[in-house]
Design a protein around this ligand. Structure first.
Ligand code: PLP
Length: 373
């Protein structure tokens, strides 16, 4: 398997001293209380292996969070497993459920880990495309994608890279398919708190008949702007969560003890603090969107996440992959071609994803550099 596009673009960015709007990570330190709690844990000597399932205070904080925000009744003992990032929660969930020849349906564009993990397992990722500019779910395409081999629907909302947020009506269509065909839904909700304006994230596990067939995945790294910590989790019914734990104990066994303490502190912060992170990010989305539009690009409205997608065809570009490979050297900016989130680049040849989760002055500098194009 090749180097991931994010690693490649981050490497090119550092080689050419470019501003990295490719890989999605913030350039600010994260909430003070979260960092302090992790540092305090280290100084207290809480530096040894945690339980594979996660430290009790974090599991309790995750269960409380699911109840407080969504009214979901998650058991902190049996219904939660802490993982090495949402990545490990996703790959462990897939490994626990998919056998060679099984099919997993995912919205396309999709996070690259899904296809790679399916390939490692000998399973097949079946893409169901959502289209710019509004990225609405095509219910008919979803229903047509189901075969006798379908085992799982991998649902990412809020959605990377498009910034789409599925409505309750769209989620109901997914739920109907899952229930009709007895499928498990693996719900990647790492951007649950990075939702802008009047949008609201609805976990599919809250829909009738869905909790018992859904594994919901969250990420402390994404929620608290500490992506390098790699603390994520899966929640759901005991039987499905036991499967995730059964696999992940042989992957990483467990994730950084003091960092788990930090994320536990974050999840108990007042709700307004999380809202403030989203408001700040929405403003950055606007800065980047407006700036890219001033350069003459078509920018699709992003309703959530760290990302904004633009069509760079007005710059005379015909292949965004080639464009993104040369961009760091040409103007000192890195970005990611949306093609890498597709099984086939057809129709998205000129789309580029830019990360907006950077300090205002960095975004302004990046826009200035892009002017040279
Ligand atoms: C970042 C990301 C992940 C991985 O989250 P980590 O907690 O960093 O492992 C999973 N899914 C999507 C859609 C992401 O953007």
């Amino acid at each position: 398997m090749a180097e991931t596009i994010f690693s490649e673009m981050s490497r090119l960015a550092s080689e050419h001293d470019a501003i990295n709007l490719g890989q999605g990570f913030p350039d600010t330190p994260g909430p003070r209380e979260v960092v302090d709690a992790a540092v305090a844990a280290m100084h207290r000597g809480w530096n040894q292996y945690p339980p594979a399932v996660g430290i009790p205070s974090l599991r309790t904080a995750i269960a409380d969070h699911q109840r407080r925000w969504y009214g979901l009744d998650v058991d902190p003992n049996g219904g939660v497993v802490v993982c090495s990032g949402a990545s490990e929660a996703l790959s462990s969930a897939m490994t626990s459920l998919l056998r060679p020849g099984d099919e997993v349906i995912a919205l396309e564009p999709y996070y690259d880990l899904y296809a790679a993990t399916a390939a490692l397992l000998g399973a097949r990722l079946v893409p169901v495309r959502i289209h710019a500019p509004d990225y609405a779910l095509d219910g008919d395409a979803l229903r047509e994608a189901v075969t006798g081999r379908t085992r799982m629907i991998l649902l990412n909302t809020p959605h990377n890279p498009t910034g789409a947020v599925l409505s309750t009506a769209e989620l109901q269509q997914v739920a109907d398919v899952a229930i009709a065909h007895d499928l498990v839904v693996l719900a990647d909700e790492v951007y649950e708190h990075l939702v802008f304006d009047d949008e609201r994230h609805v976990p599919i596990a809250t829909l009738p008949g869905m909790f018992e067939r859904t594994i919901t995945v969250g990420s402390g790294g994404k929620t608290f702007s500490v992506t390098g910590w790699k603390i994520g989790w899966a929640t759901g019914p005991a039987d499905l969560v036991a499967g995730v734990l059964g696999v992940k104990q042989w992957f990483s066994f467990a994730a950084g003890t003091p960092l788990q303490h930090g994320i536990a502190a974050g999840l108990t912060l007042p709700d307004e603090r999380l809202a403030a992170l989203a408001t700040d990010l929405a403003r950055k989305r606007d800065l980047l969107t407006d700036g890219l539009r001033e350069l003459g690009l078509e920018v699709f409205h992003s309703r959530a996440t760290y990302f904004v997608t633009a069509d760079v065809a007005p710059l005379g570009v015909t292949d965004s992959l080639e464009f993104c490979r040369s961009l760091p050297e040409r103007v000192g900016v890195a970005a990611v071609p949306n093609q890498v989130f597709h099984a086939s680049p057809e129709g998205v040849e000129t789309q580029v994803r830019f990360a907006c989760c950077k300090r205002d002055e960095i975004l302004a500098d990046a826009l200035l550099r892009l002017r040279k194009l």
